[in-house]
Design a protein around this ligand. Structure first.
Ligand code: 13P
Length: 254
């Protein structure tokens, strides 16, 4: 199967020794490991088959007076190939707006990093029937003025299905299929917008350069059902990527 698994370790594990052990147990082709920033440099030398991704980046400049931040160029120079943009935990806890995410996407693309852009609705938005409007708005704002043929992953991560949320609800492949097809249609349906080159899709992004991931409480028991969705290229996984036996079962699927 030609699919990928992205491991978003979030703020885990607690020590470098544990991070090395986890990376060695996760070193599989088609895997992208996204550890905390401070482990990236060491882990680069611990893996041979997996790729490295960052969980975030700063939206401005290559170097400069931005205390605590990390630039796209720093990541690229370190050997990082991918970067997660707009994870719902950052949007919620750090108040990242779609405008900020748009800037982050631009600097990631300019530096040659492959972005993994997270799209997804909150439970209240789902319950009030606004999911499609939310996906539409997030895509329109995050992809505003983006002109590229470079590969971009869009990860559909319904916030209500992420395992660390209180009262997380299980998602179904049917809902994920609907969401991903809808987001896919947003990307292609604006291809006639006048500001965009004729061969490109919405926002100047070529539809063929967009690939879709699914994330939200995926584990070894349900991974195959989400990987089987036709438009899904892979999975964005939190909790299950921290448990080597669990992760190894998932790696066997790709
Ligand atoms: P879980 O797999 O723990 O639900 O986390 C999903 C996620 O947030 C990955 O980015």
């Amino acid at each position: 199967m030609d699919k990928i698994l992205v491991a978003n370790w979030k703020m885990n594990p607690g020590t470098l020794t544990e991070a090395i052990e986890l990376a060695r147990g996760s070193d599989h082709e088609g895997v992208i490991l996204c550890p905390p920033f401070i482990y990236l440099h060491t882990l680069k030398d611990e893996i041979m088959n997996a790729a490295l991704g960052a969980q975030d980046l700063f939206w401005e400049g290559e170097t400069g007076p931005f205390t605590g931040e990390v630039s796209a160029r720093m990541l690229k120079n370190l050997g990082v190939s991918h970067v997660v943009i707009g994870h719902s935990e950052r949007r919620k806890r750090f108040h990242e707006t779609t405008e900020i995410l748009n800037h982050k996407l631009k600097v990631a693309l300019a530096a040659g990093l492959t972005p993994i852009v997270c799209i997804g609705e909150e439970l209240e938005e789902k319950m009030s029937g606004q999911s499609e409007a939310v996906w539409q708005k997030q895509c329109a704002e995050i992809f505003k003025d983006i002109q590229t043929n470079s590969l971009i992953y869009i990860a559909y991560e319904p916030v209500w299905a992420i395992s660390t949320n209180k009262n997380a609800l299980p998602d179904t492949p049917e809902n994920a299929t609907h969401a991903i097809n809808f987001i896919c249609s947003i990307i292609s349906s604006h291809s006639t917008t006048s500001v965009i080159p004729a061969e490109a899709g919405i926002f100047g992004v070529s539809p063929s350069s967009i690939k879709f991931l699914y994330g939200g409480s995926v584990n070894s028991s349900n991974a195959a059902s989400f990987l089987d969705i036709p438009n899904v290229t892979g999975l964005l996984v939190g909790g299950a990527s921290l448990k080597i036996p669990e992760w190894q079962k998932m790696m066997a699927l790709i």
